[in-house]
Design a protein around this ligand. Sequence first.
Ligand SMILES: CCCC/N=C1\SC[C@@H]2[C@H](O)[C@H](O)[C@@H](O)CN12
Length: 612
Amino acid sequence: MVFYPFYTDYKNNRFLKDGAPFQFVSGSIHYSRIPRFYWKDRLLKMHMTGLNAIQIYVPWNYHETVQGVYKFSGDQDLEHFLDLANQTGLLVILRPGPYICAEWEMGGLPAWLLQKPNIILRSSDPDYLQAVSNWLAVLLPKIRPWLYINGGNIISVQVENEYGSYFACDYNYMRHLRTLFRFFLGEDVVLFTTDGNTDREMICGTLEGLYATIDFGTDTNFTTAFSRQRRFEPRGPLVNSEFYTGWLDHWGDKHAQVDTQKVSKMLGDMLSMGANVNMYMFEGGTNFGYWNGADHDSRFRSVVTSYDYNAPLSEAGDPTEKLLAIRDVIKRFFPVPEGPMPPATPKFGYGFVNLQKVGNISSLLDKLSPQGPIKSQHPLTFEEIKQYYGFVLYRTKLPRTLAEATPLITPLNGVHDRAYVSVNGVYQGLLERDITLVIKVMGQAGDQLDILVENMGRVNFGTKINDHKGLLGNLILGKDVLTDWQIYPLDIDGAIANGWPHSGFKHTFPSAKNNSSAGPVFYMGTLDSPGLAWDTFLKLRGWTKGQVWINGVNLGRYWPVRGPQQTLYIPGPLLSASRPNNITVLELEKAPSETRVLFMDRAQLNSTNKKS
Ligand SMILES: CCCC/N=C1\SC[C@@H]2[C@H](O)[C@H](O)[C@@H](O)CN12
């Protein structure tokens, strides 16, 4: 009898690995949400929990942020991550998409796809399929040597992601993907799909030749769910590809928590019936930079910076009670490695650091937009000017004197996502997608109208993933359509990575009349460590909303007035134990009178109280 290294034994409803029955107990971990230096730490804790596999996504936009420019080194070094997993005795369930959802920016799809007007994402749209084929022709050959059947540790590969939940239900698209995956990975690797627990999802998301699996959490009757899987796979192993151990947070939500007892009880029940289970998430990590996604059901809701997910390993990689309970369950079915669970990494509260004003964006354009503005009669989107993330400044002149407060309107809800409005550097207020479509401004004819637009993360699920950013249409001021725009792409991250504002720049804060603490203003400071570089958590009590960089690394967004997240996680190795640590804050709305921040030794992720 020929033993394939890893395959689906339909006769006995199980997987076989090296000829022996195999049941996976796996956990999701996202390497794109954990700095490289902590990958081994997290993987070792997952191994010590008794997991025999991990499940990972490959975010296309993380590796091809700019079309045709591929990144597979440093924090993008996928093969190094696979190797560390292999060294740690962990098999891998790979989910390369090309769409991945994951509360990740545009579900992992690169924003440059939107430069094709009216492209139909996740379909057999020729422009989309061409881009997908080009990407997979780069990625999948890198994956092939890592397949278990070729001596590596990847036991199975998912095609697309919950495709059945998408409106298109385009079988030709899924057939195209199946052809590409088979062409590059061979005929013997186990390919599968994952869909939600409804008939429509399983009908539109599954395809012959791809093993159909299902996902559900503790609020679902697992017998019912697995019987639905059986209707699509009458033979073969039972698989829950995403057993939700927790859930995600949007800004303004109450912090999501899933009961440990429910998780461990249902895990035990599923394992005892021989099902294969992957826990989503096991280690969530952080949406550093601008990588968070968003949802758009009744309205646009951006996902917070922390992807703690109330998971068994915390955002900072600390083992939780939930992990210990899960390990106790796993012990009933599998051998769990002997020895202690690796401890939480040390945390330190460095205390308060005072910050000083650097300047508002309109006074710093020489640094932040050195190539100068793009001139256009009407506003252009982020994608049209080929800037995909972060912030763009839109500038024009008031066409007439506004002796009284006059409405500034986005008639088609065209601000994506937040616009901070100033006249001659004086902050007037903000327009917010789906929430605030008009504000009032005043000024003289010819005054400078500055509108800073923030991309809060592209929608990652549902019909609105074609999520263009910027000013998507004209703005109307009183009875005038505003025209003659100067549009400044802002490379804030590039300027900060090159040392601004800490090294060598003279800070010229504009005249006193602009010395308001309202509106988009940069602040800077330095943290002097007492000789250690330990994990810490940054709390911006009294600040409103903005972005933080430390030693040139973009830590993500803060928004304490919305919550529930109140602190930003700072991995210790980003800090220097001996040199000053450069802090840069972009406060978008209003800073406190005392402009200081606090480095704490613990996270605060569950407080929507503005005073917290
Ligand atoms: C009711 C909406 C279901 C959308 N699916 C979700 S929300 C959290 C998780 C992650 O996004 C994951 O990437 C999805 O596959 C499944 N899922």
